[in-house]
Write a protein that binds this ligand. Structure first.
Ligand SMILES: *Cc1c(COP(=O)(O)O)cnc(C)c1O
Length: 473
């Protein structure tokens, strides 16, 4: 044995092939068994109470522990009955790509190797998908939370480059988003040092979209009050009901006022590929920066988000450092600038790009568009049943793939416990949100495996649990 490599490659191979087969079996039967089940107390304690192992164990024994303690209790988002939050379902090419990238074990912070070229290509494809210029810069990150944070940093450093050395101090910069914006936008303002108060909340219209007219008035008022408005954060695909802000109108207001125009399109960016739903996102191509996730509607396994920035120089100016131990060379392994560490806070980075590169090559943009269309069709099916069933009440317009509804005559506490029962039944897993102060059952169709039949099973069970509660009253 040399280092940590196995003494016996033959048995390692056999075990590895068995692991692969187990994962294929699992995917082939993704719709069988419960969507989710709680981890039993014994398994939980076994995992929680394990001491740091002093001696190594045989790999087959370690794998047995994985099979009994971990594999049966996942989040559930590979199951077609999973309709909660916004989780992608994963694909086999994506899973295999994860294994290949771990095998190569490349560090994609920079330097001159193939992974950097693959990531640059993926960033170029992402820009093409949404219609941003081909020379936009970008980087793959953990998710849209990080992508939105990078946008806030880039926009603010463009407004005042001195923040990098002097800090934000009592900066009077203010940005704008609707109340429907994802919580990570306020968090980005917090992390950036501006504070969440620097994020102005713009009211929405009946379609849950940010009001462009009020936005313009708020910017003018803040300027008149001596503040420095610097960015507008629009949302394409809000996390509560999937509303799409009027990107044309908001982009114009931002440009007319000299503000950075950022779009958080965490899941809905993929809809740009659909001839049916793509036009809803008109104006996204004019964004100064765009955050979205490959791990949501694009089904790439966790984790993989993406930030795109129209002005590559501004992007690098916000993050690049010149450090002796990271000198870029003209030739050799230390060449090939700019490096991905120039476009975000991470230095060491995994080869996330491989799973995107392989996914997009295998399914094509057309395959992605079909996933979007099918998800939206399932959402339409749910909407139609909700409207047809007198016990149900639709709480928000259905724009893309998210349906928010509730049960007449049940209060919020009853709806919350109904959803908990539904989760524990293992039949389906929608989540909840608040619409106009009311608790809504929220079905977000993101998994490529989810069909009308899965939606029907969910609705039938919600109905059954609802009728039970209504009779008890
Ligand atoms: C999911 C989501 C985010 C956060 O993305 P992560 O990948 O979970 O970090 C941000 N904005 C919207 C609109 C989202 O749907």
């Amino acid at each position: 044995m040399a280092g940590l490599d196995p003494a016996d490659w033959t048995s390692l191979r056999a075990l590895g092939h068995r692991m692969l087969d187990d994962m294929f079996d699992r995917a082939e039967r993704a719709g069988e068994g419960p969507v989710w089940q709680p981890m039993p107390q014994a398994a939980r304690s076994d995992v929680r109470n394990a001491q740091l192992p002093r001696q190594g164990a045989a790999l087959p024994d370690v794998y047995d522990r994985f099979q009994s303690l971990v594999a049966p209790y996942p989040t559930g988002n590979t199951h077609p009955g999973f309709m909660g939050w916004v989780h992608g379902g994963g694909t086999m090419p994506g899973m295999l790509a994860e294994m290949l990238s771990a095998g190569l074990n490349m560090n994609c912070g920079g330097r001159d190797h193939a992974a950097v070229e693959v990531e640059r290509t993926v960033i170029g494809w992402a820009a093409e998908m949404v219609g941003m210029p081909s020379n936009s810069s970008g980087v793959l990150v953990t998710g849209s939370s990080m992508a939105n944070f990078i946008a806030v940093i880039t926009a603010s450093r463009k407004a005042d480059p001195a923040f990098r050395s002097r800090g934000v101090g009592a900066a009077s910069l203010v940005g704008y988003a609707a109340a429907t914006a994802h919580g990570c936008v306020a968090r980005a303002f917090d992390l950036a040092g501006f504070g969440t108060d620097a994020l102005r909340i713009v009211p929405t219209d009946a379609q849950h979209r940010m009001r462009a007219d009020v936005l313009a008035e708020m910017i003018d008022a803040d300027r008149a009050a001596g503040l420095r408005p610097f960015m507008v954060v629009a949302t394409a695909g809000t996390v509560d009901c999937g509303a799409v802000d009027d990107l044309q109108a908001l982009g114009s207001v931002a440009r007319d006022h000299g503000l950075w125009f950022h779009v958080d399109a965490a899941f809905a960016a993929l809809a740009r590929l659909s001839p049916t739903y793509g036009p809803l996102l008109d104006g996204i191509e004019k964004a100064d920066s765009l955050a979205f996730d490959f791990h949501k509607w694009a089904q790439v396994p966790y984790d993989c988000g993406c930030i795109l920035v129209r002005d590559a120089e501004a992007h690098a100016a916000a993050f690049a450092q010149s450090l002796d131990y990271l000198t870029r060379a003209e030739r050799g392994l230390a060449g090939n600038a700019p490096w991905f560490c120039d476009f975000g806070p991470d230095l060491s980075r995994g080869f996330r790009a491989l799973k995107v590169w392989m996914t997009l090559q295998h399914f094509g943009a057309g395959g992605m568009a079909e996933v979007v269309d099918r998800s939206c069709a399932v959402a339409r099916h749910i909407e139609a049943r909700v409207l047809a069933e007198p016990v149900f009440e639709l709480l928000a317009p259905v724009t893309l793939n998210i349906v928010c509804f509730s049960v007449r005559d049940l209060d919020d506490t009853q709806v919350a416990s109904l959803i908990e029962d539904l989760h524990e039944s293992g039949i389906a897993a929608p989540s909840t949100t608040r619409i106009a102060g009311r608790l809504a059952i929220r079905a977000a169709i993101v998994n490529h495996r989810t069909t009308d039949r899965d939606a029907d099973r969910m609705l039938d069970e919600v109905l059954r649990l609802a009728v039970l509660r209504r009779t008890v009253r």
